[in-house]
Design a protein around this ligand. Structure first.
Ligand code: AHR
Length: 504
């Protein structure tokens, strides 16, 4: 007789590890491929508004309730002159864009982005160029965006039609400056010094801004983790967050190992927290540095196609990963990893938002659809607000090429005191069998299951396309039951689950 695998989950209202900063459900948009041109912005498209913003895209973005969007890059920002994207469109220069070997028309720039964020109901997170530029451009852009009036840059903004300051609160001090591919790549000491001085002048212009300093581009960089220690040694007192970036792929088609990658993401997060606290101790500082995981996702499907692209095109189709069902499970696991350290990860951005390694895809001149990965991101953003609760889990486990003892059950919980809602997010990593979940929920009197959403598919490689947009889509068909304190649920094989409870 075959006995089903079982996992137990113990949860209590007091298992709080911290408040969830809404900004962990942020996203990223870069001047890259069709992210902007043909993505958010396409004048002439049947759904475009008076600004050229695609309404069909805006609707899907609004559904996601994205709190913050990082812009304009990415690798792009390290060669970007922000002034190219302001003022009358007909005077804006066309430039060789060296990071992605494209032509940048500059039709869309800073003010268009701020307009778009307002329409999308989100906040901008602006990156400055610390690759080809430096302190002077850094102070000028903050003056242009945030100073009220009566100075060269603030009056220029008014002249451009924006009398009110944009008041952009969150600023990234460059992008992936540890990477040899980056324009203006630096050593940790070189970067630490310029990040400190740029941050200092930006704060002189507007002391209310928050600053994110670049951590490593990923945890396999040869300079990780010394990079973080050196950079924070220089910048500790001026910055608020340090960035982390990570992308996963299933290049050798080893799905059990692919699904386990979030275990490495957790180790990465914990190591960076350790370094922040080491520098805090070294400096006898009272200040705590938090984490901005401002690029994370699955990225590999498009690598081959990108290598064959002709250079110097306007908005070529680059990094257009068409995501599979198994990618959605990895995205679900990555979201759970962020929630597990919600006490320290205060900002995170899925990279990216539209067309470029994105949950939303469009055809230029055509339709828009949701990729498989849209759904875990949507569910976490909608139902994962409030405080994070770390459950005690006892799960059968498996070994992979990269990790030992990977639990089949990956789970995290969130509680929202304002709405009296509790949510359990759970992935069953078992590709062969369902997992029986047995839970004990302490101090949740009066709560009942309102919905058990599942995302499953018999084919791990199933995708959504413009012609078949709902091939992989969630269903509200799970069997979760709460009887007193006892929770039971069947987590289908290879599945993303959202068990939603509400009081009363
Ligand atoms: O998101 C795509 C690229 O990945 C970004 O431009 C860069 O920061 C990272 O390497």
């Amino acid at each position: 007789m075959c006995v089903a695998k079982k996992a137990t989950l113990t949860l209590d209202k007091s298992f709080r590890i911290g408040d969830i900063d809404d900004r962990i459900y942020g996203a990223f948009i870069e001047h890259l491929g069709r992210g902007i041109y043909g993505g958010l912005y396409e004048p002439g498209h049947p759904s475009a508004d008076e600004n050229g913003f695609r309404q069909d895209v805006l609707e899907l973005v609004k559904d996601l309730n994205v709190p913050v969007v990082r812009y304009p890059g990415g690798n792009f920002v390290s060669g970007y002159n922000w002034e190219d994207g302001i003022g009358p469109r007909e005077q804006r220069p066309r430039r060789l864009e060296l990071a992605w070997k494209s032509i940048e028309t500059n039709e869309f720039g800073l003010n268009e982005f701020v307009d778009w964020t307002e329409k999308a109901g989100t906040e901008p997170m602006m990156a400055i160029n610390l690759g080809s530029r430096g302190i002077d451009a850094a102070r000028n852009i903050v003056e242009y965006c945030n100073h009220s009036s009566g100075t060269y840059w603030s009056d220029l903004r008014t002249k451009h039609g924006y009398a009110e300051p944009h008041n952009i609160k969150l600023w990234c001090l460059g992008n992936e400056m540890d990477g040899p591919w980056q324009i203006g790549h630096k050593t940790a000491d070189e970067y630490g010094r310029i990040a400190l001085e740029a941050g200092k002048v930006m704060r002189l212009v507007d002391p209310t801004i928050e600053l994110v300093v670049c951590g490593s581009s990923n945890d396999r960089m040869p300079t990780f983790p010394d990079w973080e220690a050196t950079v924070l040694d220089h910048t500790y007192e001026v910055v608020d967050y340090i960035s982390l970036h990570q992308y996963f792929g299933n290049r050798d088609n080893d799905t059990p190992n692919f699904l386990a990658q979030s275990v490495g993401m957790e180790a990465f997060i914990n190591t960076v927290i350790g370094i922040c606290d080491y520098i805090k101790a070294k400096k006898r500082s009272k200040k705590t540095i938090h984490l901005s995981f401002d690029e994370w996702n699955v990225w590999y499907h498009s690598n081959e196609a990108d290598a064959k692209q002709e250079p110097w095109q306007v908005a070529p189709p680059l990094l257009e990963d068409v995501y599979t069902f198994e990618d959605a499970l990895v995205v679900g696991c990555m979201l759970i990893s962020l929630l597990k350290r919600a006490d320290r990860v205060k900002i995170a951005c899925i990279a990216q938002l539209v067309n470029v390694i994105a949950p939303i895809m469009t055809r230029t001149g055509g339709g828009v659809w949701r990729q498989t990965t849209y759904y875990p991101y949507l569910h976490a953003s909608l139902y994962g607000r409030g405080a994070a609760l770390l459950p005690v889990i006892d799960s059968p486990a498996y070994d992979t090429k990269d990790f030992c003892d990977v639990p089949y059950l990956e789970a995290m919980a969130t509680v929202n005191d304002e709405t009296d809602e509790l949510t359990i997010f759970a992935v069953n990593r078992d590709l062969e069998e369902p997992l029986i979940l047995e839970g004990r929920l302490g101090n949740f009197e009066g709560y009942r299951v309102v919905e058990h959403i599942t995302l499953t598919h018999p084919d791990l490689k199933a995708r959504n396309t413009e012609d078949n947009p709902d091939n992989v889509a969630p269903k509200s068909d799970g069997d979760a039951k709460l009887d007193g304190e006892l929770l039971t649920a069947t987590l289908p094989k290879a599945s993303w689950n959202v068990i939603r409870f509400k009081k009363g």
